[in-house]
Ligand binder design. Structure first.
Ligand code: CP3
Length: 341
């Protein structure tokens, strides 16, 4: 099916676009009252994720309500540990929690390599969303980067420092590599399944990149991200590694199309480090959207000018916060869509 608004796909491939395209990390859910309404009808977050009709509805909402240039499938990065044998729960106001975590070699041996059919509910949600979108905008699929998934599998929940996961890297480097390889193989199967189901573009989230040193990041994260980039062909691929300042040069060499920047990364410096052959995505501070309309407008235009007209996909530097006002989020999107160089 041809996609009517393919600005994001063109920007990812480095083609010229009439204007800068925009989508928002965590656009599906959270800030939209429309999402909270669907969620209140359901048992909880997981049920929403696992019911393709609901996941599809929440995926489309930001396209209708905010007018973004892409949809992202409503799911979570933690479906991979679950498919490998570690089920998660999403605790109200607390976030993810795993009953079983990885401690020993035997725990790793017992993990399965996930196949795409293990995550049939995600594939079904993608197929439904593609049908429902009917070519309006591209659909983005995603997964967590192996290091971030590893961090949750060892830690068992969120953490400020991920010190248990880091302790595992320092004390059990060989086992760490075994686990990271299993996660990588599962992620490749999963992402290929998403392409078959209809995803037009993919993004890898390395949310906890920032807790690793540069050397550790190369050894325990980039090595596996690079395997995934090499395995994924056919659709544009984005890597977003939050706080990975010191690895931007290496990221410029990955076999992917787009690198996501968080809001602490200087734009010209990132362009110099990453090079001119990648599209950059980002990177407004989500907290800007608490500011006045005038400030949102002037800061957004400043950001657009700093990136320039080519090879840029506008986004935030991380996900939307749940207490942001929908009108201000929409104003950010509209400012980008109305701006011309
Ligand atoms: O971007 C989108 O709109 C698509 C859906 C999406 C969700 N999670 C839905 C969600 C995506 C892309 C994710 C990715 C994700 N999940 C990441 C990587 C990106 C990032 O933010 O760093 C991470 C680390 C997770 C794990 C996770 N899921 C946490 C830590 C939490 C709880 C805290 C929080 O941020 O809300 C979740 C829950 C979650 N995932 C919600 C949503 C809409 C909130 C659940 C709810 O209250 O309904």
């Amino acid at each position: 099916m041809t996609i009517k608004n393919d600005l994001i796909l063109r920007a990812a491939r480095g083609e010229k676009t009439e204007r800068t395209p925009v989508w928002l990390m965590r656009q599906a859910g959270r800030v939209l009252p429309e999402y909270r309404e669907v969620r209140s009808k359901m048992g909880g977050f997981k049920e929403l994720v696992e019911t393709p009709e609901f996941a599809c509805e929440v995926t489309i909402q930001p396209v209708d309500v905010l007018g973004v240039d892409a949809a992202i499938i409503f799911s979570d990065i933690l479906v991979i540990p679950e498919a490998m044998g570690l089920p998660y729960q999403m605790l109200e106001a607390k976030g993810p929690w795993f009953e079983k975590t990885i401690k020993t070699e035997n725990d790793i041996t017992q993990l399965r390599i996930a196949q795409s059919h293990d995550l049939h509910y995600v594939m079904d949600a993608i197929k439904l969303a593609k049908k429902e979108l009917n070519g309006r905008v591209p659909l983005i699929g995603f997964a967590g980067a192996p290091w971030t998934i590893f961090a949750y599998m060892i830690e068992g929940s969120g953490s400020k420092t991920f010190s248990k996961a880091k302790k595992f890297l320092y004390t059990q480097p060989e086992l760490s590599h075994q686990l990271l390889q299993k996660i990588t193989d599962s992620t490749i199967n999963y992402l290929k399944g998403q392409i078959t189901a209809g995803a037009d573009m993919l993004q890898l989230f390395d949310s906890w990149a920032g807790v690793l040193s540069h050397e550790q990041y190369k050894e325990f994260s980039l090595k596996y991200i690079s395997q995934i980039c090499d395995a994924i062909k056919d659709v544009p691929f984005t890597v977003f590694a939050k706080d990975a300042h010191s690895s931007r040069r290496e990221m410029g060499k990955l076999n992917c199309d787009t690198i996501g920047l968080d809001w602490t990364m200087d734009i010209p410096e990132s362009r110099e480090m990453i090079g001119s052959t990648k599209t950059l995505q980002g990177n407004m501070d989500p907290c800007l959207l608490y500011a006045s309309y005038a400030t949102i407008k002037s800061e957004t235009i400043k950001m657009l000018r700093a990136f320039g007209p080519d090879r840029h996909i506008a986004n935030l530097g991380h996900g939307l916060y749940p207490d942001l006002e929908k009108e201000k989020v929409k104003y950010f999107v509209d400012t980008i869509k109305e701006f011309r160089f």
